[in-house]
Design a protein around this ligand. Structure first.
Ligand code: CU
Length: 241
């Protein structure tokens, strides 16, 4: 006896994690890279980076950390005024995949559509970890799988890659980065130093190698930001949560 095909379809869907399906900026709705559709079609030009992560799974080391597996720049860029908000919306997130949500920018020093991901130097602009008894991913789900990213008001105008990332903390750390091209207008003169994508994490951070499914008793949470690894501060520091 054969199982109905829908059983398998549902099973594979449930095993998936998520991807960014929309990016909203100042009333403009930009489509995300629909990794469940576009790899098999003639995908439209997007501000979102394409990936080959058709399993919507995680990455944890090497080149894939930059902008996920096979990450390649979008052909377009979303225009945002410095100090403005970029709202990232995922198609879904699993409530048991808990951990921080972190946002980085990297200057493209030119056209983001043709930038080499290996030379992008990312600086962190915001992060949330474990706050008031809940993880950032709980907040994301409560917000309809959405996250507002505030672009620093004082950075230099120009092309930037926004690297938005969820980290799930069970077993080996699981990075779920998603990249988007932005054209920042206005702004000031700040030009923060960054870190190559492959060097964002060493893999040895204690907070990244824990399994919160086994409980949190081994960790002190009086400074949640210390917990989850990232050893350089946000720009500007007032965005540090
Ligand atoms: Cu998973």
């Amino acid at each position: 006896m054969a199982f109905p095909a829908t059983v398998f379809a549902l099973a594979s869907f449930a095993a998936g994690h998520g991807f960014v399906k929309n990016i909203f900026i100042n009333g403009q709705d930009y489509g995300g890279y629909l990794v469940d559709v576009y790899p098999w079609t003639d995908a439209p030009d997007l501000i979102a980076w394409s990936t080959t992560a058709t399993d919507t799974g995680y990455v944890d080391t090497g080149h894939d950390v930059i902008c996920h597996k096979g990450g390649a720049p979008g052909a377009l860029s979303g225009e945002v005024v410095a100090g403005g908000i970029v709202t990232i919306t995922w198609n879904q997130w699993l409530s048991d995949h808990k951990g921080p949500v972190i946002n980085y920018l990297a200057s493209c020093k030119g056209d983001c559509a043709s930038v080499d991901p290996n030379v992008l130097e990312f600086f962190k602009i915001s992060e949330m970890g474990y706050v008031d008894g809940g993880w950032a991913t709980d907040t994301l789900i409560a917000q309809g799988n959405s996250w507002d990213v505030e672009i620093p008001a004082d950075i230099k105008q120009g092309g930037y890659v926004l690297r938005h990332e969820i980290i799930a903390l069970h077993g080996a750390f699981q990075l779920y980065p998603q990249c988007v091209n932005l054209q920042v207008i206005g702004g000031g003169s700040a030009n923060p130093a960054g870190t190559l994508g492959v060097k964002l994490y060493t893999g040895d951070e204690p907070g990244l190698n824990t399994n919160i499914w086994n409980g949190l008793q081994d960790f002190e949470f009086d400074n949640a930001s210390d917990f989850y690894m990232v050893h350089w501060s946000c720009w500007p520091t007032t965005n540090f949560k």
